[in-house]
Design a binder for this molecule. Structure first.
Ligand SMILES: Nc1nc2c(ncn2[C@@H]2O[C@H](COP(=O)(O)OP(=O)(O)OP(=O)(O)O)[C@@H](O)[C@H]2O)c(=O)[nH]1
Ligand SMILES: [Mg+2]
Length: 311
């Protein structure tokens, strides 16, 4: 066997064993690098100084983008959920999530923070949320603004939301997790100051279904992931949601098993290596990238009644 055949055999074996498992990921997903420990420490320090929080969630997986570490810092200060990236999520399910949070008595806004001026709705809600504090400043005759910290897992759009607020590209953004490092204060106007923070996860995922959702939406560094396993898991997930998603995009036949779909995509897209071997890695990147870029449609990965939801 040449090196390509060996690689093919290895990958095929990995795929075949993984279809029997619940997960195609060889090992559990966990991503908690040193910079996140540092970031959580910074969040700890600053949380004592701020008046409230804007908690950004990814609309494609609102529950999975909750970080249990954040509530320890928010304590009883006011906060507002921003369900972001709604332009890439299923509208009906987004409304269900909004209703779900509202029923819990929590402030919530749905948003596409890439749309200019969309943060206006957040601004109005923040003023409502902080009205007592602002009124107190006014009564005391002090010219002070309220300070809010933006929290969220990596890549959920915190810096993009801040830029939308200030109307300029002041905070660095990027299509990968871990872009913001350190803290950055930005003044919106004389009433509001915002603190951008680095996206953080938590020391370990005790639920791998959540870990996978976080990986699918691009909030985990791909370099630590088994990308072929993740693609197979994504195919399975999308098939559960609606088999037409994959069929429509890749023109694959109906009724195929996830691994057969994966191979059909390799063939249809010409992801073939020398010796007619399938290029699983290239196909995996293409499938995951298509999902992340919204090319498979507006797809939400979890519903408020997904059985692991225990809020
Ligand atoms: N379609 C869409 N893309 C968005 C939205 N918000 C942010 N993005 C994109 O998502 C990517 C990540 O955005 P950032 O603002 O850098 O995310 P972040 O939460 O600051 O990420 P870290 O700093 O890494 O934690 C960028 O490519 C943004 O353009 C949104 O509402 N809709
Ligand atoms: Mg950022």
């Amino acid at each position: 066997m040449d090196m390509y055949q060996k690689r093919e055999a290895r990958q095929k074996k990995k795929m075949e064993t993984s279809t029997d498992d619940k997960s195609a990921q060889g090992k559990n997903i966990n991503w908690f690098p040193g910079h996140m420990t540092k970031a959580l420490r910074m969040i700890d320090d600053q949380a004592k100084l701020v008046d409230g929080f804007i908690y950004v969630l990814d609309g494609r997986a609102p529950y999975s983008s909750l970080n249990p570490e954040f509530f320890k810092r928010i304590k009883d200060k006011p906060f507002l959920y921003v369900i972001n990236k709604c332009d890439m999520a299923n509208d009906v399910i987004t409304n269900k999530w909004k209703a779900y949070f509202q029923e819990k008595g929590v402030r919530v806004i749905t948003l596409d923070s890439t749309k200019s001026n969309s943060s206006r709705a957040v601004y109005v809600e923040v003023l409502k949320m902080m009205s007592e504090k602002l009124e107190r400043f006014k009564l005391k005759g002090v010219n002070k603004s309220v300070r809010l910290m933006i929290l969220g897992i990596p890549n959920c759009g915190k810096s993009t939301l801040i830029n939308n607020f200030v109307g300029k590209k002041r905070a660095v953004t990027g299509d990968r997790p871990g872009v913001t490092r350190g803290k950055q204060w930005l003044t919106v106007d004389d009433k509001i100051e915002l603190l951008d923070t680095p996206g953080t996860l938590y020391p370990s995922f005790n639920n791998q279904a959540i870990a996978k959702n976080v990986a699918f939406i691009g909030s985990i560094n791909d370099s630590i992931l088994d990308i072929e396993g993740l693609a197979l898991d994504l195919i399975k997930k999308l098939q559960e949601i609606n088999p037409a998603i994959i069929g429509d995009r890749y023109n694959t036949e109906r009724g195929l098993e996830p691994l057969e779909i994966y191979e059909a995509i390799c063939k249809k897209r010409g992801f073939i290596l020398r010796g007619n071997e399938m290029d699983y890695t290239r196909a995996a990147k293409a499938i995951i990238d298509d999902y992340r870029k919204g090319k498979l449609g507006k797809i939400t990965l979890e519903m408020p009644d997904t059985n692991y939801v225990r809020l």
